[in-house]
Design a protein around this ligand. Structure first.
Ligand code: FAD
Length: 300
């Protein structure tokens, strides 16, 4: 099984996609349509997020395993330390290994219920993602990724300390990092500069979400932790009640963002897909990242 860093080294620049474990049969059907559609575009890797509850976690493991078994894609499994003992984490890592999964995104996760609630460590668990990186590394030949936050993690006191903690995760054995959503290229590039200033040149992938609806824009604000910058708000706010015009402008904004990031030499663009393929395929197509498209027709 190819590792994520091998793919990033081999096919520069590329894109990758992130899915969520399906909630029900309909969601599963949509997810697999998206996976099959994107498979023809040969993304660098596909990742599946790790939920809060036991059943959602089982679905993540099942879905990632199915990607490994039934597709030509390189899978990356997310794994969160929250609410797990070390023994349970060892088990999950063992299941991933048994399924042939070599790539793991090591995360702390948020407290279930209220993501901004107080962090409570499992009595026999871990406190920080850095410890999970060490654990995964100690258990086999895994390629490990970690999360990065262009505006700083919401619990961090300041950007510099937050960057020090990111460097700590990379020095603990992580191979690359994926950035949370952000709105303007400079927000991401400043994070990359902070890493470079600390002598850290590990691959850092920007997280991208096509701005297709006002709801997605709202979600971007929530996930990034930043308000919409005036330069983007002035383009999108007037179109809030005109769905096609909003989508067209939002796609232009994201395409412009991606063009600039590629010009700045990012190793890959990581797309948050919400288990749909159409908008991601459109952006990838506009950027000319794939020469030809195969697979089922575009559908949301
Ligand atoms: P950590 O790196 O442990 O950081 C948590 C906080 O502790 C930060 O404020 C950090 O600055 C601080 N810190 C870190 N190390 C230290 C240290 N050694 N000493 C003191 N303070 C420290 N969540 C999910 O539930 N499931 C997912 O699948 C998922 N996927 C994600 C994918 C990406 C690309 C990103 C960017 C986020 C994802 N998240 C996911 C969200 C993530 O789990 C939360 O944002 C979580 O609050 C932080 O996780 P982390 O791994 O960055 O934690």
């Amino acid at each position: 099984m190819t590792s994520v860093v091998e793919r990033l080294r081999r096919d520069h620049p590329v894109f990758s996609v992130e899915f969520m474990p399906p909630r029900d049969d309909e969601d599963e059907r949509r997810l697999w349509h998206a996976i099959r559609s994107l498979e023809g575009l040969d993304p660098a890797f596909v990742s599946v997020t790790y939920g809060a509850g036991g059943s959602s976690r089982d679905r993540t493991i099942r879905t990632t395993g199915r990607v490994a078994r039934e597709t030509t894609l390189v899978p990356m499994a997310h794994l969160c330390a929250v609410d797990h003992s070390i023994a349970e984490l060892r088990n999950v890592i063992g299941w991933y290994a048994a399924l042939g999964i070599r790539n793991i995104l090591a995360l702390r996760g948020d407290p279930p219920g209220d993501p901004m609630g107080d962090w409570v460590r499992h009595p026999e668990g871990l406190n920080y993602a850095e410890e999970l990186v060490r654990l995964v590394r100690s258990l086999g030949d895994f390629c490990v990724g970690v999360a990065a936050f262009p505006y700083g993690h919401p619990r961090s006191t300041d950007l510099e300390t937050d960057t020090d903690h990111l460097v700590g995760k990379l020095r603990a054995g992580a191979d690359f990092a994926i950035a949370q959503l952000f709105f303007q290229p400079e927000d991401f590039l400043r994070l990359r500069d902070r890493l470079a200033a600390r002598g850290c040149d590990s691959p850092l992938l920007p997280g991208i979400m096509p701005l297709t609806t006002p709801r997605v824009l709202h979600k971007s604000v929530e996930l990034s932790g930043s308000p919409v910058p005036p330069a983007i708000a002035s383009r999108l706010d007037p179109l809030a009640d005109d769905a096609p015009a909003f989508r067209a402008e939002g796609m232009d904004i994201v395409t412009e963002l991606c063009h600039r990031l590629l010009a700045e030499g990012v190793p890959a663009l990581h797309f948050y897909t919400f288990n749909r393929s159409k908008a991601t395929m459109e952006v990838v197509d506009r950027l000319g990242l794939v020469a030809s498209r195969t697979g089922p027709p575009l559908r949301n």
